[in-house]
Design a protein around this ligand. Structure first.
Ligand code: NAD
Ligand code: UDX
Length: 475
């Protein structure tokens, strides 16, 4: 029997968009997304969705209340489902064995126990969360140790490759859909769901462990490219080469390819660091220390890039930012999302605050409450009151930059490219500095206006000096 009823445990950045697209493309399938958080579900059912993602509003509006439902009623959703996606968070452990590296699987285990507790009929259980290789075995053990007579489970791995900011497009035009499992009947049923819009040739089936590991491998290799180009950006700054020119020249080699070679202040987001740390931990557990050290270097290089950039800001501002007012443009970890998890902007802000600066922060999509939540987190600051006194969240880039000594561009939002920088320059303290951490601005224009400009992976000249004053009396 074909799948008619899907339940998704976890209404987050993956569960929400993925299930919205499934509902949109499979009008004959009922899709119910559940979460333990009452607030999150209320937001999914409101006019303002809990996450910002281009095109998501349209897809949700099209399907919500027809064949797409958001609810806290976990019990009914599991009872009715033929197929259940586990799409819960798998953060890095913050305690105990593997602290700071291993993935914390307590939410995955919680989801598996909920299914085991509630299910009364056969279920296909699909691991969509990113998990350590062989996690499906744990899910299977939990389900079968608590099995009710006559209930059969088939466990599949179906990792998600969407990136935030482009999630709907990524889901609609996936390079590939990956399904790992041992039961061909269950695999076929999940294939049929995706075949509503993904060509069959793009649906890859593998064994469970290959599927689980492929997700960690893909993220590790993507992040590795960013760390590779960022490492070369340091060489460019020291030699006069331009990292954009190097990236273009290297990327035109079809064996290398041009994507993911954009030098930056470092990668952020909820996945890259977490998944590489997990891979490193797995390698250590498998007694593969050389492999672990190899992947650890991708993270170390990212830390180096963040600190190298921030040190450059402080150095340029005459080695002291104490008492200086600095504007941060962008707080999200990349454009077109309001997500700030592991955003490099948090690191930049923390370092500048530690050095005594005051900050004006503007991001088009990150809420003020989220910025303060990030900057007052115990791992970031000792005194939340101090942060509230020294950080101002602004409603636009012009008010954020007015009267400041320097601007630091942390996120590559399109709107930052088209600001009136002459007007901004005129409203700033002099000398006015701008640090383009994303390489998105017209540096020549900025230099002409009089800005001192620094960026990643390129040496820039000093600004054009203002015209010399002439003394007419002596002419
Ligand atoms: P998220 O934190 O946005 O959402 C997870 C949701 O699961 C939360 O709302 C939480 O309340 C809920 N939850 C936890 N336990 C639950 C339970 N037992 N029942 C119902 N709901 C429960 O996380 P996310 O960003 O959507 O990531 C989910 C998984 O997908 C992670 O493993 C992540 O690594 C992976 N992933 C994320 C992305 C991404 O871009 N964010 C991309 C690919 C894969
Ligand atoms: C990533 C993976 O791309 C996606 O496949 C996976 O499912 C989840 O993790 P995401 O973190 O949402 O997606 O965004 P991504 O576009 O990969 O960017 C991650 C970080 O790398 C961002 O901070 C981005 O600014 C940075 N980046 C990316 C660069 O600095 N340079 C690049 O060339 C590309």
């Amino acid at each position: 029997m074909a799948i008619k009823n899907i339940c998704c445990l976890g209404a987050g950045y993956v569960g929400g968009p993925t299930c919205s697209v499934i509902a949109w493309k499979c009008p004959d399938v009922k899709v119910t997304v559940v979460d333990l958080s009452v607030e999150r579900i209320a937001q999914w059912n409101s006019e303002k969705l809990p996450i910002y993602e281009p095109l998501l509003d349209d897809v949700v509006k099209e399907c919500r209340g027809k064949n797409l439902f958001f609810t806290n009623d976990v019990k009914s959703a599991i009872l009715d489902a033929d197929l259940i996606f586990i799409s819960v968070n798998t953060p890095t452990k913050t305690f105990g064995n593997g602290k700071g590296r291993a993935a914390d699987l307590k939410y995955v285990e919680g989801a598996a126990r909920m299914i085991a507790d509630i299910a009364q009929s056969d279920k296909i259980v699909v691991e969509k969360s990113t998990v350590p290789v062989r996690a499906a075995e744990s899910i299977q053990n939990i389900l079968y140790a608590n099995n009710k007579p006559g209930v059969t489970y088939h466990i599949l791995s179906n990792p998600e490759f969407l990136a935030e900011g482009t999630a709907i497009n990524d889901l609609l035009h996936a390079d590939r859909v990956l399904i790992g499992g041992e039961d061909s009947g269950a695999i076929e049923k999940l294939c049929k769901i995706y075949e509503h819009w993904i060509p069959r040739k793009n649906i890859l089936t593998t064994n469970t462990w290959s599927s689980e590991l492929s997700k960690l491998a893909a993220n590790a290799m993507l992040a590795q490219r960013v760390s590779s180009i960022n490492s070369l950006s340091a060489v460019c700054e020291a030699t006069g080469a331009d990292v954009s020119e190097v990236a273009r020249a290297v990327g035109l080699d079809s064996r290398i390819g041009s994507k993911f070679l954009q030098a930056s202040i470092g990668f952020g987001g909820s996945c890259f660091q977490k998944d590489i740390l997990d891979l490193v931990y797995i390698c250590e557990c498998l007694n593969l220390p050389e492999v672990a050290a190899y992947w650890q270097q991708v993270i170390d290089m990212n830390e180096y890039q963040k600190s190298r950039f921030t040190a450059k800001v402080v150095r340029a501002l005459f080695n002291t930012v104490s008492g200086k007012n600095i504007a941060l443009l962008g707080f999200a970890f990349k454009k077109n999302t309001g997500d700030t998890r592991e955003s490099p902007a948090i690191y930049v802000a923390k370092t500048l605050l530690d050095e005594g600066a005051t900050l004006n922060i503007y991001d088009p999509k990150v809420e003020e409450s989220q910025i303060f939540k990030d900057l007052t987190h115990p791992s970031i600051c000792e005194s939340p009151e101090q942060v509230r006194k020294t950080v101002k969240v602004c409603g636009d880039a012009y008010s954020a930059t007015k009267g400041t000594h320097a601007i630091v561009v942390c996120t590559e939002w399109d709107e930052f490219m088209v600001l009136d920088y002459k007007k901004i320059y005129d409203g700033m303290m002099k000398p006015a500095f701008i640090f383009d951490g994303r390489k998105i601005l017209d540096h020549e224009k900025l230099l002409e206006y009089g800005f001192h400009v620094q960026t990643i992976g390129k040496q820039l000249r000093k600004p054009t000096p203002p015209p010399r004053m002439t003394n007419n009396h002596h002419v």
